[in-house]
Structures are given as C-alpha cells and as structure tokens.
Write a protein that binds this ligand. Structure first.
Ligand code: NAD
Length: 315
C-alpha cells in the first residue's frame, strides 16, 4: 500500500518505518526544519530500540509543500495543536479516494479531519505503543519488536476493504491491531486513560511506575476516572471498559508494562513545548460543561499542567 505519514515525529517514524519494513511504499511529511535538515544530512533516521542498536534507516522525506504524490492512506501523527496547520498545508494533495487514519491522543482531531475527508474515509484509533524522539534525526522505539498494542475503528463503524487492508499491513508490521466496532467509545476510553497517567506523570516529572507504585495512586486515578465516566454517561457515550477495568488497566500499565516510561506529554514538557492537556483533561471538562457537570478535578489538573509549563518558561 502507498502511505504518506503526516508527521515524522516519534510515532510517525515508528509506524512508518515498520510499515516500510513490511514492504509498503512510505513517504514521510514533516515541517520541523532542524529534523528535516538532520535527516537529509545523515541520509536517513537513526533508529534505536530501548536506547540500543542505533542504526541508520533510509526514508523518503518531504515537506507539505514539496510532496505531490497520491497515497492510498494518510496516517496523521502530529500533536493536536499542530493538526489544523498540517491539514491546510497538505490539502493540495488530498483527494476523495484517499483514507485518513490516526491514533493521536486526545480529542478534537476527528472534527478537523472531517473538514477534508468524508466520514467513510476516516479511520480512528488508539495506540499503547511508547516511542521517544530524543532529538532531530533520531527515534527510540521503546519495547521489544512487537511490543505494545493498538485499536482501530472506522468513523462509520463499517470496516470496508481498505480498512481491512490497513489492518493486515499493521499486523504485518507487528503493531498488534484490534479492530473494534465502537468508534467514540474506543477513543474516549483511551482519552480517559491518558487523563490520569499522562497528566499526573507530566506534572510531577516522574516515570509511570513511580505513580503506579504510589499508595495514593488508586484514589487519585479513581477521582479522575469517576468524573470522566459520569460525564460520558450524561453524554450518552458508551465506554469500552468499565470503571474497574479502566483502573485495573492503569495499574497494570504503570506498574507492570511500562514502569520506566515517561508518557508523551512529559516529552513535550521537558522540551518546553506546549502539552496536549487541553485536548485530554480539558476536553473532558468541556464535555462536562455541555451536560451541566462541573469536572472540578479535570479542570484543576488541566491548570496544574499549564502552571508547570509556565514555571518552566520562567525558569
Ligand atoms: P512528536 O512530538 O514526536 O512529533 C509530532 C510532530 O512534532 C512532528 O512533526 C515532529 O517533527 C514535530 N516535533 C517533534 N519535536 C519537536 C520540537 N522539539 N520542536 C518542533 N517540532 C517538533 O509527537 P508523537 O510522540 O509522534 O505524537 C503524535 C501523536 O501521537 C500525539 O497525539 C501523541 O499524543 C500520540 N501518541 C504518542 C505516543 C508516544 O509514545 N510518543 C504514544 C501514543 C500516542
């Protein structure tokens, strides 16, 4: 299949390089100039796994303005606040035959994609796959080959032939996809998961295991989970896990699966980039407001992350 990876950051590189190694035709599109310059100067990207086996991988790299290909599938992996600009700059090569797929964190991206792609061409998903971009021109795939898992679901909840082909290619690339039948439930369940772990670990600049092993972790997590689940119940959003299952997943993920990992929101914080908190806890709080529910804890942690961002700017 012919892919265009919109965003050659940590996740764009991981998905794109693994799809390329599985035999697909992949072009990466990015706008971060130091990254583009470094990749061109090196003749590719340095890829590591858990900080080891650093090796150069050749990739095809373009900017939105220089690319004039016609991919079957566009995979969007940028930060929520970058998406509108990428869509505008890339729109000259969009057509109504193409599919748009994304496993970005947070909410707000689907509405933006809908401005350029028909609903039956949008496939959403979630990724529990940890990847770090240590600096321009290099990427670190955390975990062994085949580590992590992901969910995917077409927006219209009717998987067609292209959706199945994408699933097969992701399976060959060892991304461990699961095809679900509940679009909003799949995405929101992951937003709620991130609203606990990404946010708290970022605020305190700690790895996930340090939160998971803290004796107050259950109480802190449960407070955020309960508010979010109450709001989803009011909004008529069916979540794919129960509250207890979500708590158990948080516990397992932080203590057993990825105790040493710092979430992607933390990666932004330490690089003094804006975080996605407004699209995660902020999104939940905004949804609550629509249904006359004051999500006091989500509002509080949203501002606490902004305070941490502000503190770093003034250091
Ligand atoms: P990323 O920040 O690595 O890359 C996104 C874009 O930002 C790319 O275009 C990249 O070139 C650019 N960029 C990276 N560092 C920059 C810097 N210092 N200055 C300016 N531009 C920079 O983002 P990502 O981790 O690939 O995340 C993409 C989406 O996937 C997000 O919604 C994220 O929450 C989600 N996600 C990430 C992970 C992960 O482990 N990284 C896991 C699951 C979901």
């Amino acid at each position: 299949m012919k892919f265009a990876m919109i965003g050659a950051g940590a996740m764009g590189l991981r998905y794109g390089i693994l799809l390329q190694e599985a035999g697909n035709d992949v072009t990466f599109i990015d706008t971060w100039q130091p990254h583009i310059d470094k990749i061109r100067e090196q003749g590719g990207v340095y890829v590591m796994r858990d900080h080891k086996d650093r090796h150069l991988t050749k990739i095809k790299l373009e900017t939105p303005e220089s690319y004039d290909g016609d991919p079957d599938m566009l995979i969007f992996f940028v930060k929520q606040m970058q998406l509108a600009d990428y869509l505008k700059r890339c729109s000259h090569f969009f057509n109504d035959r193409q599919y748009a797929f994304t496993c970005m964190n947070g909410m707000g991206h689907i509405e933006k994609l809908q401005k350029y792609f028909a609903d039956d061409k949008i496939i959403g998903g979630t990724a529990l796959i940890a990847t770090v971009l240590p600096g321009p021109g290099e990427v670190d795939f955390m975990g062994k080959r085949g580590a992590g898992m992901m969910n995917m679901c077409p927006l219209n909840e009717k998987p067609d032939e292209m959706c199945h082909r994408l699933f097969d290619e992701l399976q060959k690339a060892q991304m461990n996809p699961t095809l679900t039948d509940d679009f909003t439930g799949t995405l929101m369940t992951k937003v709620i998961f991130n609203s606990v772990i990404n946010t708290i670990c970022t605020m305190f600049e700690i790895p996930m295991g340090e939160f998971g092993n803290f004796k107050g972790a259950y109480q802190m997590g449960r407070q955020l989970i309960d508010e979010a689940y109450d709001i989803c119940a009011r909004a008529g959003i069916h979540l794919v896990s129960s509250r207890d299952e979500e708590m158990a997943a948080l516990d397992h993920n932080t203590r057993i699966d990825m105790p040493l990992h710092y979430p992607s929101m933390y990666q932004d914080m330490i690089k003094d980039r804006p975080t996605e908190v407004d699209y995660i806890n902020g999104y939940i709080a905004d949804l609550g407001r629509k249904y006359h529910y004051e999500a006091a804890t989500h509002l509080f942690v949203t501002q606490a992350v902004h305070l941490a961002e502000y503190h770093r700017q003034n250091e």
